[in-house]
Write a protein of this length. Structure first.
Length: 531
């Protein structure tokens, strides 16, 4: 629908300026004054990803938009997780000589939740906040190992020298460790589990210290808080996840359409689903509809609406990952696409549903998401910038606040003269409606003639563009000027057509690159002097 907006904006801009550039001032009798001298084109819109010139002599429209773009962060997230490893001896008391190991054991810890069954992850960013507590009255050495947690093949291991303490007031060490780039194997001691992290704690007394007595009331403790963990790789089973949405959006410009019809070029509308994850999926388009200025709703219909399509998973690995791509296409042969577009809908609704792992855990826990894996849904449509307009009528309303004192010198009558050089292949008739605060039309001003399509003009040898000159007059009579006190709004109505110079019937036209409309607006005013 943006195609139509691009054509009509230059004309709306002209009419807006016409309705808003009259200034309160003093005029001499029969004075002619210029108000506007401007040129409007599409040059400022070219290369905005929608309108392009390329190598063609006519503008092209690319309506490709991404409506869904998911990555690993949408499937795998780890909340801040505290792992606590506690140990006390099994006997009532034990005499421990210098340098003797008191603790040497492995524990398992569950992280995440069962909705996502993680076998392995890689941390792209995150830290471990470590707290180590020593309850005995000699310095101890804590060695903390995390089996299965490694970076560049080197397993995580940190050693802490912890001061002496008591059970009620243990010696403490606090540290923060960056674990960015670490791989976490989460299959536990057996190798067949998920979401299970191992930790090994080794505690030895000071080799240079005294022999100490350790009781089973004394607790050796390590707290490891995994904080702000971000993941850029994950392997496991990510569950039967359903992603559905119904997105509504408005094209505000089309609120101004009041009547008429358009003819658009043939276009192929596609929904492109790109799966860069090693996860099977099922997709369907649930609804596509638009509602126009009359409240008329057209739903896109076709054999592929509401019908599930199975989406293959990506193939390859880290350096060879290859996305799978699935297209759901609509055109004039398999759908009512042309009717849908020509409804000129101002409000649109698109509904879709994606189901990940629709058959369950058939991969045996080998779903994989890589750093560059994305799941995307795009709407794609490319077409030449072409339109056939038949009485396409737009109306927009602007505030108006110009007053004059009829007891003093004032404008008695006048004419607004619009001179136009048009290089667009569209013609346009223009009306102005002068309205009061309640929207009641007090006066109507019809332009004396149309702005004529460039197709009726001739080639300008200076730039090779076909142009047509037009002059449109808007008569301001005495009754209108007397009513200025009551006029609070001006509605500008334009009626567009694309007549063929040979047949005079409206037909589709292409918009040439560099098309423009140059306008000069002047006022011819008659003043009545009141002394």
């Amino acid at each position: 629908m943006n195609v139509k907006k691009l054509y009509i904006l230059p004309f709306i801009g002209i009419l807006f300026l016409m309705s808003c550039h009259k200034e309160k001032t003093t005029w001499d009798s029969n004075w002619v004054t210029p108000l506007i001298n401007d040129t409007l084109s599409l040059n400022n819109l070219v290369n905005d990803s929608t309108l392009t010139a390329g190598m063609s002599t006519f503008y092209q429209v690319d309506l490709t938009r991404t409506i869904l773009n998911l990555g690993i962060e949408d499937f795998v997230s780890l909340p801040d997780t505290l792992i606590t490893h506690n140990f006390n001896i099994a006997v009532p008391s034990l005499s421990v000589p210098p340098g003797f190991s008191i603790v040497n054991e492995v524990e398992e810890h569950t992280i995440g939740n069962n909705a996502v069954q993680l076998k392995k992850i890689r941390v792209s960013n995150g830290v471990i906040k470590m707290e180590v507590f020593n309850p005995v009255n000699t310095k101890t050495f804590f060695t903390v190992q995390l089996p299965g947690v490694s970076k560049n093949g080197i397993e995580f291991q940190e050693q802490y020298e912890v001061p002496a303490g008591t059970n009620s007031n243990p010696g403490t060490i606090v540290a923060s460790l960056d674990i960015s780039g670490y791989d976490l194997l989460l299959t536990g001691v057996s190798g067949g589990e998920y979401n299970v992290l191992q930790s090994r704690l080794v505690v030895a007394t000071d080799p240079a210290g005294p022999t100490v007595t350790v009781t089973n009331a004394q607790v050796f403790k390590v707290n490891a808080l995994f904080k702000n963990i971000k993941v850029d790789y994950a392997r496991g089973y990510f569950g039967n996840k359903i992603i559905s949405d119904t997105t509504a959006y408005n094209i505000d410009f089309l609120n101004s359409v009041t009547s008429g019809a358009v003819d658009l070029p043939s276009v192929n509308l596609q929904f492109e689903i790109t799966n860069g994850m090693k996860i099977d999926a099922k997709a369907l388009i649930t609804t596509v509809s638009n509602t126009n200025y009359l409240g008329n709703t057209v739903s896109l219909s076709g054999t592929q609406i509401g019908v599930p399509l199975y989406i293959d998973q990506a193939t390859g690995n880290w350096s060879s990952l290859t996305n799978s791509t699935t297209l759901i296409g609509f055109d004039g042969m398999n759908s009512n696409l042309e009717t849908y577009l020509e409804n000129l809908g101002k409000s649109h609704t698109v509904g879709y549903k994606l189901e990940m792992n629709p058959f369950g855990n058939v991969s045996g826990g080998w779903n994989e998401i890589f750093p560059n894996s994305r799941l995307k849904v795009k709407i794609k449509a490319q077409m030449p910038l072409a339109i056939g307009a038949d009485g396409l009528t737009l109306r927009d309303t602007f505030n108006f606040d110009i007053k004059q004192d009829l007891e003093k010198s004032h404008v008695e009558s006048g004419i607004l003269v619009l001179n136009v050089t048009n290089a667009f292949p569209l013609s346009s008739g223009v009306k102005l409606f002068l309205m009061d605060v309640n929207g009641v039309v007090l006066h109507t001003i019809t332009g004396s003639s149309d702005i004529v399509s460039s197709l009726y003009g001739s080639i300008d040898p200076s730039d090779g563009k076909r142009k047509m000159n037009s002059e449109v007059n808007f008569v301001l009579n005495e009754a209108m000027l007397i009513d200025l006190e009551n006029i609070t709004n001006i509605a500008v109505e334009t009626q567009f057509n694309t007549p063929d110079p040979i047949t005079s019937t409206n037909s589709q036209v292409l918009i040439p690159v560099g098309a423009f409309i140059a306008v000069k607006l002047k006022a011819k005013l008659v003043l009545k002097a009141v002394l």
